[in-house]
Design a protein around this ligand. Structure first.
Ligand code: PEP
Ligand code: MG
Length: 596
């Protein structure tokens, strides 16, 4: 731990989310309010605000027309005509003139002006007796959210393009969409004031190998662009004005990690098997087709989770079936002969492509997300399923549905899958007719009905990131409640146990693809609970393999027996960590010293 009393050095503590050390100059990204920004603009700024509004209106119009075209192609012109009402809102001169007047006369920024005026219109329409007019209120709100989204999104990306030199990005928050666009060469590391270890932003940082710390509360108030900092992604620290001694100590830490990496590299082609001979399937989680080569280089046995969302975000239009087919085919080739588990779209929550109407929801993670969204946006779902089925001819692909919470969702998704197969068959297009279907277990209701689900699928993969947040009612992205987000909470341990028992009763395998699978503090606990497969981000696969190879399943089982009877998350974690440390001490020592 750097000594804060050293001259000029200041240490800020947050949550370590992506390993590594970065040092360089700060680039402070403007605070991106999660609510609608509301501020007064100068007289000179009025013109720019009106211009921003006009650009956002044009962009929104193009997006809606594009969505309309897709819906029309997939579902027919009649369904697509609902978007006419949205386009009419954008062309309503009375509304737009009033927004412009609010900018000019009240000196409001365009987001606030648009929101205030449109909300007044929507509230007035929402209060009338006529059903048709009441529906127009929801059209106005839908369009407003998209215009505001475009106004905000633009600001964000504009800033990102300003990097001239490599820097450390400091921000109030970073969305997964923005994080996915970060250029590794320009962003050496990042730190945010909000966020948690299993937020999608954190997961992406790990997959991009960008050292990162989140949950640093009011960090940006203490830093300015140009300040010199170290981001310590091992210990969750940001150090302002590091002294030479601190930099030297970090140099040593980095060296120790590099030599450990070299040693772990030697295990690449070895199996993940315990000392008492139990083989574990250790696979990789990937986010983009470009991650294909990392499957082999990290020594993983295929892909346990391919998050396909990133193919859909940060672009102007939906990917075509052909484009998806190419992406899935290329990853299947890279994973061959091992399995590639493609998770169907899990958008919603914190990930929304710009071409899908982003609804304003009070609880987005409980809302229009994952399989729920796909079952309603069937054109998009069907094109993804067709692409997966076609790519299944080339490699060993399995399909996995996210966010299943009841039998009906599974049955409906499977019905659509069967229809896609029939469609391909009727057109004589080659496809995988025997493709295996599994589901993510990440909603507590799915744990409770795991027996019924297990009868109908070929595998389960436990999504602990969501299962923890939904079981414990703790937002995975909220640093204020991060201390309650406990993977070793007895409720979680029992939920995992219940899921594994149900799966094995019905003769199917069960994996874990949430971040718990790559957390060496709990790896042995998961194995003891009977999990058959672990799927983790490629950067941690080597150390998880090393730990498995130095452990005994007999001891892991004893640990699980203890955990199932224990009432304290702290004690379960301590025991689990202790067994890990005793099994492979070298893996647990490398973060110490310079960084504490
Ligand atoms: C999970 O919830 O554990 C999971 C793997 O899915 P995601 O992190 O993408 O929600
Ligand atoms: Mg999930």
């Amino acid at each position: 731990m750097p000594d804060s009393s050293r001259t000029g050095e200041k240490v800020f503590r947050g949550i370590a989310v992506s390993a590594g050390v970065a040092h360089g100059k700060v680039f402070l990204l403007g605070r991106l309010a999660s609510s609608i920004p509301d501020y007064e603009v100068s007289e000179d700024g009025v013109h720019e605000q009106v211009n921003r509004l006009e650009r956002a209106l044009v962009e929104t119009r193009l997006q809606i027309a594009d969505v309309q075209r897709h819906v029309s192609e997939a579902m027919g012109a009649e369904d697509a005509s609902i978007f006419d009402a949205h386009l009419l809102v954008l062309e309503d001169q009375t509304l737009i003139n009033e927004v412009v007047r609010a900018i000019q006369q009240k000196r409001l920024n365009s987001e606030a002006a648009f929101h205030q005026v449109s909300e007044r219109y929507a509230a007035a329409l929402g209060a009338v007796d006529d059903e048709y007019l009441r529906e127009r209120a929801s059209d106005i709100r839908d369009v407003t959210s998209r215009v505001i989204h475009n106004l905000q999104g633009k600001g964000d990306l504009l800033h990102l393009k300003q990097f001239k030199d490599p820097c450390i990005l400091i921000s109030h928050e970073l969305s997964p969409c923005t994080t996915a666009q970060l250029d590794r060469k320009m962003v050496l590391g990042f730190a945010t004031e909000t966020g948690g270890r299993t937020s999608h932003t954190a997961i992406l940082a790990r997959s991009l190998h960008i050292p990162a710390v989140v949950g640093l509360k009011d960090l940006s108030q203490h830093l300015e662009t140009g300040h010199h900092v170290v981001v310590d992604g091992y210990n969750g620290l940001v150090i302002l004005n590091p002294t030479d001694q601190t930099l030297f100590e970090y140099g040593q830490l980095v060296e120790r990690h590099s030599s450990l990496d070299v040693k772990l590299q030697g295990l690449r082609d070895k199996p993940a098997v315990t000392l008492d001979g139990v083989k574990v399937v250790l696979s990789a989680n990937i986010d983009q087709p470009e991650d294909g080569p990392s499957i082999d280089s990290c020594g993983a046995e295929g892909v346990g989770l391919y998050r396909t969302e990133y193919l859909f975000i940060n672009r102007d239009a939906l990917p075509t079936e052909e484009e998806q087919y190419e992406a899935y085919r290329s990853v299947a080739e890279a994973a061959k002969p091992n399995a590639l588990i493609i998770r169907t779209l899990d958008i919603g929550g914190d990930k929304f492509p710009s071409h899908i109407q982003n609804p304003i929801e009070s609880n987005p993670f409980l809302g229009w997300r994952g399989i729920r969204l796909c079952l309603q946006e069937q054109g998009m779902f069907r094109s993804q399923l067709r692409a997966i089925l076609r790519a299944g001819v080339v490699g060993n692909i399995k399909i996995m549905y996210p966010m299943i919470s009841c039998l009906q969702e599974l049955e409906e998704a499977n019905k659509i899958l069967a229809e896609c197969q029939a469609e391909l068959r009727s057109k004589s297009i080659p496809y995988a007719s025997e493709i295996e279907v599994g589901i993510m277990i990440e909603v507590p209701s799915a744990v409770a009905i795991a027996d019924s689900l297990a009868k109908r699928v070929k595998f389960f993969s436990i999504g602990t990131n969501d299962l923890i947040q939904y079981t414990l009612a703790v937002d995975r992205m909220n640093e204020r409640v991060a201390h309650l987000y406990q993977a070793t909470h007895p409720a979680l341990i029992r939920a995992i146990h219940q899921t594994v028992e149900a799966a094995h009763r019905h003769g199917i395998w069960v994996g874990v693809c949430g971040e718990m699978a790559g957390d060496r503090d709990v790896t042995l606990l998961l194995l003891g609970l009977g999990v058959d497969e672990l799927s983790a981000t490629p950067s941690v696969v080597p150390e998880i393999k090393a730990l498995i190879r130095r452990s005994k399943m007999k001891e892991a089982k004893a640990l699980a027996t203890f955990a199932l009877a224990c009432e304290s998350d702290v004690e379960i974690l301590a025991r689990s960590r202790d067994l890990g440390r005793r099994s492979a001490p070298h893996l647990f020592e490398s973060n110490q010293s310079g960084a504490g």
